[in-house]
Design a protein around this ligand. Structure first.
Ligand code: GUN
Ligand code: ZN
Length: 445
């Protein structure tokens, strides 16, 4: 379908949220289910949502019987790490050294970075993700390339040059002064340009000196509209290392908290190994944990206690954390999130799960007036899904006795192959299967 900037209307079964569903509630008031409704889109925005068909001036695109949701929002993902997906054999710190840092070093080459950025942005879309908070690499030019690729697609993309001035290979090291200057150039060039915004991005406490963390905090103080993204308390060896590197800090989180790095636009990946005082500090700051289920399982990092975090008032979004995570598709990550909670003796509803990649993620980014909802005035970032394609899944869904049962089975069994349309700021951006923007290798082993 052509959705060049014009007026058009899309029909389907609309599912979104108006607030945070209570833990375990199968029929929350915050669930908004509008079967067989029309979404009216003018230019890049949703103009209306209605049950009645629109007038003849609206071009109609009929997805009757399909599921329509806001575009998914990935609150933690690494663009260069498509190159290290499914790397065998290691936990976090060895994985960084043996797989990730060598891959990221290749992004010093501007052509590698540019092609990687384009591949990444299209891959997000092809997995149903229309907005992301992403890590690029330490390189200013690679960060620029990522902004540029997203900007050309009018995608909501928040990123920022990775800061690391110790404990990484020499070809990935920066220093406080040069890093600050690069940040300032990138902020001037991209923060608030189109749908781009800047995130100050210290990789994690072990790879930044106190001087570099202080520089990062200074940028946030100067402009609180900047984001802050990092990692916290992912892996027990990492936590122990932080204890040794920052003996004066009460905890890993406290390195960031007392360093002035927590605010309502702070998103920290993982947060598995936190305590009550840490959770209280996150709640007070309005900061978010980007729970990354497939990554936590793949790297053997641990089981994030979502219910405990939510009970403490901590905002929780779900993220892919590719390439520690094994899929850009956030449904795959929600299925893993359910299994993690099950191992903790808890049950994650489809509503809590889907909220965490739509409205909940939008709130984490302070962008819920723009994304995460199917609401007049919001940007038209929309996904359209088949409920099922394979006979076994079709059969299972046909037996569902409630909306929750049906949506939960869809979420657990589905993936990006069910996508029928992905609209970014009013334009269709899903590339048909097989129409990859880059040739795949057909080399035989
Ligand atoms: N901690 C610091 N860097 C990384 C990274 O790239 N991935 C993950 N999962 N954890 C990290
Ligand atoms: Zn990560």
């Amino acid at each position: 379908m052509s959705t060049e900037h014009d007026t058009w209307a899309l029909r389907g079964d609309l599912l979104d949220f108006t607030g945070l569903p209570a833990w375990g509630d199968l029929q929350p008031a915050q669930l908004r289910w509008r079967p067989s409704h029309w979404l009216l889109v003018r230019g890049s925005r949703i103009e209306a949502v209605q049950a009645e068909p629109p007038g003849p001036e609206w071009r109609r695109i009929d997805h009757a019987g399909r599921l329509v949701m806001p575009g998914f929002i990935d609150t933690h993902v690494h663009s260069p790490q498509l190159d290290v997906l499914a790397s065998y054999g290691t936990e976090l710190l060895d994985w960084l050294e043996n797989h990730t840092f060598p891959a990221e070093a290749r992004y010093a080459d501007e052509r590698v970075a540019q092609r990687g950025a384009e591949r990444f942005v299209q891959a997000l879309v092809n997995h149903g993700t229309t907005a992301a908070l992403a890590f690029p690499t330490v390189h200013e030019s690679a960060t620029h390339a990522l902004f540029d690729a997203a900007h050309r697609m009018d995608m909501r993309l928040i990123t920022g040059k990775v800061l690391m001035d110790r404990h990484v290979p020499a070809n990935l090291l920066d220093d406080v002064t040069n890093a600050e200057q690069a940040c300032r150039r990138l902020i001037r060039r991209w923060h608030g340009i189109g749908r781009c915004a800047y995130a100050v991005t210290p990789r994690f406490a072990p790879t930044s000196t106190e001087g570099q963390l202080a520089m990062a905090a200074g940028l946030l103080r100067e402009d609180p509209s900047l984001y802050l993204q990092s990692h916290v308390a992912e892996n027990q060896a990492e936590v122990q290392w932080v204890r040794e590197l920052f003996p004066q800090s009460r905890s890993y989180l406290d390195v960031y908290a007392s360093g002035g790095l927590l605010h309502r636009r702070t998103v920290l990946a993982h947060g598995i190994w936190l305590d009550d005082i840490d959770r209280h500090a996150l709640h007070e700051a309005g900061a978010t944990i980007a729970h990354s289920p497939t990554s936590n399982l793949f790297l053997g990092s641990g089981l994030f206690n979502w219910q405990q975090a939510q009970a403490a008032g901590v905002r929780v979004a779900v993220a892919s954390d590719v390439g520690g995570g094994t899929s850009l598709n956030l449904l795959r990550n929600l299925a893993a999130a359910y299994q993690i909670q099950a191992l903790l003796g808890q049950r994650l509803t489809a509503w809590s799960a889907l909220h965490a990649i739509t409205l909940g993620a939008a709130q984490a980014l302070d962008l819920d007036d723009e994304i995460g909802r199917l609401e007049p005035g919001c940007t038209a970032d929309i996904t359209v899904w088949d409920w099922a394609q394979e006979p076994v899944v079709q059969h299972r869904l046909s037996l569902a006795r409630s909306l929750h049962e049906r949506v939960f089975a869809w979420m657990t069994l589905g993936d990006e192959r069910l996508l029928r349309s992905v609209v970014v700021a009013g334009r269709e951006r899903l590339l048909p299967a097989g129409a990859s923007s880059q040739p795949t290798s057909n080399r035989s082993i």
